[in-house]
Design a binder for this molecule. Structure first.
Ligand SMILES: [Ca+2]
Ligand SMILES: [Ca+2]
Ligand SMILES: [Ca+2]
Ligand SMILES: [Ca+2]
Length: 284
């Protein structure tokens, strides 16, 4: 984590590129405000509170690219509605409340490009395991609906990524028993679903992205006890046969939310020789 200080009432919404230099920036939220830290080579190059304010009943959920310009934007939710702030660095270039309304028993799940048009979409899950998806374009809902799939109530959305390489985002689920399941998606519908493996209960998702550059997203797991990392190289829903285990890193070197455990950061560490493969049984 780069040197920098922000008040304790700010929390991270997303670590993604909002400035367009291809490098991960930090997006922070405090009430109805957003702040952006731009980062280059691990150093803080800019920090700004954005010129925007939203009502206190809105929650900043995540970042995603809703207008397909390659820059991450901020997604807000409030009782089954969404609003989007489209960012260019520390400027809000467009913002609006979407035309969609979903039942208030649905909770925000994740974002991902489920219809493959380049713009992030929104996945919802309700407390009886029903799933819905909205195809987004800018601040508008342009498609989607209730999914043909439903999930047991002991499962939670853990993220999204394109696990089978068809350019449509898929869904990663985890349950309290430490299992991970994947749904291969086409718009709101599930094409294929399977339990992909068991990671254990003391691991969380550090990031999802394509680390070995085969066109399919991989899953980075981070130990909640010692910050060790395990990577599952995915091929559709298939359970990984040889997980890859970089050495554990000291927690004081990586900051409170382990920003180094992103697919992009890990790939750069592999290429620079700072992380090497450990052939070991590692949590799976
Ligand atoms: Ca964008
Ligand atoms: Ca989309
Ligand atoms: Ca896919
Ligand atoms: Ca991959």
């Amino acid at each position: 984590m780069p040197a920098g200080a922000i008040g304790t009432n700010w929390h991270i919404v997303g670590t993604s590129d909002v400035s367009g230099d291809g490098k991960v920036d930090y997006v922070w939220n405090n009430g109805g405000k957003i702040a952006v830290w731009t980062i280059d080579s691990g150093a803080l190059t800019g920090a700004a509170v954005l010129d925007g304010l939203i009502g206190s009943d809105w929650a900043a959920k995540t970042t995603g690219d809703f207008n397909h310009d390659g820059l991450s934007d901020v997604l807000w939710t409030n009782k089954g509605r969404v609003a989007v702030w489209e960012l260019d660095g520390s400027n809000i270039i467009n913002s609006g409340l979407s035309n969609g309304q979903i039942g208030t028993n649905f909770n925000f799940g994740t974002t991902g490009d489920f219809n493959g048009d380049g713009s992030s979409d929104v996945l919802w899950v309700n407390n009886s395991g029903q799933v819905a998806e909205w195809n987004m374009k800018d601040t508008s809902v342009i498609g989607g609906g209730l999914s043909n799939g439903s999930i047991g109530t002991d499962w939670s959305v853990a993220g999204s990524g394109d696990f089978n390489g068809d350019r449509r985002a898929d869904v990663l689920w985890t349950n309290a028993a430490g299992q991970a399941a994947t749904w291969l998606m086409n718009d709101q519908n599930v094409q294929q679903a399977a339990i992909s493996g068991t990671i254990g209960t003391d691991w969380r998702v550090g990031g999802i992205g394509d680390i070995n550059m085969d066109g399919r997203a991989d899953i980075v797991w981070v130990s909640t006890t010692n910050n060790a990392v395990v990577i599952w190289f995915m091929n559709g829903t298939r359970s990984p046969t040889r997980p890859w285990c970089p050495p554990a890193v000291r927690s004081d070197s990586i900051g409170p939310f382990q920003a180094w455990a992103t697919p992009r950061a890990i790939r750069s560490r592999i290429l620079s020789g700072r992380v090497r493969m450990v052939r070991a049984r590692c949590g799976t």
